[in-house]
Design a protein around this ligand. Structure first.
Ligand code: SAM
Length: 240
């Protein structure tokens, strides 16, 4: 099985239980809320949500304003869950989605007021190329908003110091997942942890690194905020 296929199955298998596991974790919602709050979204804004998954972030944007959302995700199973919500809440005129890998994503230049991405860009290896592509798709004055784990997993996977650095985060992640999301959430995060350690489809960088990548891609002001009571999760807003 090639890398892409394995990745599709990983998210495909997760889709049915995503909202019942990660979707029950409080700090995940706190990060999504901070993304929406930091976006200054307003009525009629055109938003692109990269790695939209089951639509948790899209629904929060729509609770805040009468905006339009385009979601992109490579997992049909995640999108099926999202579609169920779009139909249930009668949001067909407000949300469209594309089943596509981000590496192949093509939109016209200067189309979006806001481009958001939560817990997805760390799956992309070549971050600079992706951020440059996002920059082009944003209108002048538009914002890129990244919600991610502030974790540097770069380096040699045989380096024990790197392992200890990642374990600092994982020990907290595991215990909170168990406490807030139960055994299923813990089990999912435990499997995920190994992927972080082995850089197996998970390539986290720190927010200092994200900031440098955004500066290199020409973004103007860049602000970074931590999720209240959870410094490992941060939100970056970069203005074009
Ligand atoms: C951890 S989930 C986050 C979902 C959602 N943004 C949230 O915060 O709940 C990551 C999502 O990114 C999608 N994804 C991962 N790699 C992708 C890629 N290369 N292209 C498109 N989507 C991708 C997965 O299918 C999954 O839905």
């Amino acid at each position: 099985m090639d890398d892409d296929k394995a990745k599709d199955n990983w998210f495909g298998d997760w889709a049915a239980e995503y909202d019942e596991t990660i979707g029950k974790v409080e700090r995940h919602h706190n990060l999504l809320d901070l993304v929406v709050e930091s976006s200054y979204v307003k009525d009629n804004d055109n938003i692109l949500d990269i790695g939209c998954g089951t639509g948790l972030l899209a629904l929060k944007f729509l609770q805040k304003s009468n905006c339009h959302i385009t979601g992109v995700d490579s997992s049909q199973e995640m999108l099926d869950v999202f579609e169920g919500k779009i139909n249930n809440f009668g949001l067909n005129g407000k949300i469209v989605y594309k089943h596509e890998d981000l590496e192949n994503m093509e939109f016209g230049e200067k189309q979006f007021d806001i481009i958001s991405s939560t817990f997805t860009l760390h799956h992309i290896k070549d971050k600079y190329t992706m951020i440059k592509k996002i920059y082009k798709m944003l209108k002048i004055g538009g914002r890129l908003i990244i919600g991610e784990i502030d974790l540097d997993t770069t380096g040699d996977i045989r380096d024990p110091k790197r392992l200890m650095r990642i374990m600092e985060y994982l020990k907290i992640e595991f215990s909170l997942a168990l406490e807030e999301g139960g055994v299923n959430a813990f089990s999912r995060m435990y499997d995920n942890g190994k992927k972080h350690i082995l850089n197996d489809g998970e390539y986290c960088v720190s927010f200092t690194q994200w900031e440098k990548i955004c500066q290199k891609a020409n973004f103007n002001t860049i602000n970074i905020k931590a999720v209240p009571d959870f410094e490992w999760f941060k939100v970056l807003v970069a203005n074009k």
